[in-house]
Each structure stands twice: as C-alpha cells, then as structure tokens.
Design a protein around this ligand. Sequence first.
Ligand code: PLP
Length: 361
Amino acid sequence: MNICSPYLEINLPAIYHNAKVIVEKGKEQGILIDGVTKVSLGDPKIARVLVKAGVFGISDSRIESIKRMKEDGLDTQFTLIRLPCLSQVEEEIKYADVSLNSEFITLKALNEAGERLKKKHKVIIMVEMGDIREGIWNKEELYFVIGEVLKMENLELWGIGTNFTCFGGVIPTEEKYISFLEIVRDLEKRFNISFPMVSGGNSSSISLLFEGKIPSGINHLRIGEGIMLGRETSYRKPVLGARTDTFKFVGEILEIKEKPSIPWGIIGEDAFGHKPSFKVRGIRKRALLNFGRQDIDPEGLIPETFGIEILGATSDYTVVDISENDSLKVGDSISFSLNYSALLQAFTSPFVKKIYKEVDL
Ligand SMILES: *Cc1c(COP(=O)(O)O)cnc(C)c1O
C-alpha cells in the first residue's frame, strides 16, 4: 500500500490495551480513570477505544474537541480540563458535563449560562498544590468560592481537584496527596458536605498508582500520556504492562547529497532567529525529509530506521545524517517513534495524514 506521507499511524489496539491496563490498576484501588484525549484533538476513534476499555469519562482541554467527539455520537461523561473561557460559557455548558474551575467570576457566568440553557453543570474546584499553574492557593478564597458554588442553582459541586507536573514539574508524592486531602477534609467539615470526586493528577501519578501508594480518599485521576504513549511522566518510565508502540510517524526522503557538515559563508541567524551551531565532521551523506516544524517537534522524534541522526528542521524540511546507512534512496520511507510534544504537533498539523490500525471490539 502506498500511503502519501507524512503520516501518523495510530495503533488503536495498543491504545486500547494501555487504557485497560491503567483502568484495571485504578479499579483495584477504588480510583476512577478519565481518559484524556487532548493530544489527539479529541479524536473520536481514540475516544471510543478508551470508553470501550472502561474509562470513567473523557477529558479534553478544548471545548471544540469535546464538541467533535459528541457530534460523532460518543456517549460518555465529558470533562473540560482547561479552565473555561468567560467568552465561551454557553458552548461549555452545552457540550461539557463537567469542568475544572478556579475563578468565581467564571463560575458565576457558567451558572447564568446554565440558567439560560436550562442545563445543570458539574464543577470541580482546583486547588494549587505547588505546580504553580491552575488552582486556588489562598484558603479564604477557597472557602469563598466553595460557599458561593453551593448557592448556585445550576451548578453541582462535583468535586475538588489538583494537578501536578505540568508547569512547575512538581512530582506528586504521598506527602503532597496527604496535604491535599487535609484541605479536602477541612472543606468537607466546614461546609458539611462530601465531594463525590476527589480528583488527583495526571500521568505523573502513575508510578504512585502502580506502587499502591495513592492515599485513600483520592478517587479519580485524569490520564493522557500514560495511555497514549505507555509512559508515566514523573520519571519517564514505561508503564508496567503497557505498550509503547502506540504511534508511528512516517516521512519520505526528498533529497540525498554528500555535503559538508558545516555551512559556509557569513553566518547570521537561521529561519527561526537562532544562531545555528554545527559539529565539524567533514563531508557527510545527508537526506532531506518531507516534513518540518509545521508537522512535528524535531527534538521529539526517535528514528526507528537504522543509521539515522536528526540534525534539525525548518518549517517544511527535516535534515538527517544518513552516512551510516547505505541502503536509503530518494522516495524511501523513514519511520520514527514520538514523544508527547512531537505527537501533539503531528495531530495538530493538517499536513499529517492520520492512518488507523483498527481494533475489533
Ligand atoms: C493534560 C492534563 C491532564 C493529563 O495529563 P497527562 O500527563 O497527559 O496524563 C490531566 N489534567 C489536566 C488538568 C491536564 O491539563
């Protein structure tokens, strides 16, 4: 089969397997797993596989992606995991069943939109535990926001949540979770309530999950990368029993020439405003591939084809050294595995075709 490249091969059986491994591990400990589809822009085929594997719901960062999955007919609980936009509250109420929140003004607008649309919406209030991204840090503000949400007729206080290892790189430890749970218990006592959902972190909590060390009281995690790439993100280790062959990126050789390894002439900046630097290696055999920064993050590709070294990329070309591989010719396909950043870029690029390895469920 001749598929026009570049393309991203999506291995649905492998994704299904990974989701199942993590969902089962959660089940043993009373922890529900939401499958996070944001890296795939809410790909409905992937979402469907996650639902079949038993995830509690689907979480995505964009309301457009949630809309896409809903319009494709997927029936599950959808959570918007980026804070809602004040300018989009109606769409958010319409398409998301749950959202993560930290601002009173937005909660108020969501409540009013719920009134207009005659729809009840569930909210999870986010607590800042040190990663310095989203969430309320100040205790008085937390009391105020919870107290107000309890009075809002179109919002249901569905839970309390926190996030780690996204901006600050803070690793979730047992101690972090215990401090988080102290805040949760304090709120429950103060307002005489019980949160249905106590939502911990993301794929950086997988190693704690597999060691059985997530303190009881946390009953929900939101997992993207762990399922999609079979890796936890605190230490970047493969998830036990998971597959890492979930995605493959394939491009094609456009030019092969022997060229000096350093440029000649007066050196200014490259196309992206960086001063390039090169290793002196004499004349090398190099190939130009048919994709670039519009399609991938060159730092996030790992060649699967033997004897290939990535030198860099411009918008539309990736330059590789192929001196160690004698068999390559113009038109040959070159395949790579991807890290999260390259995968995100590949999904985002309209130039990268998406090819599915189907799963029979
Ligand atoms: C992206 C995200 C997740 C999932 O993160 P992974 O590392 O891909 O598991 C979970 N929660 C929030 C709030 C997120 O933004």
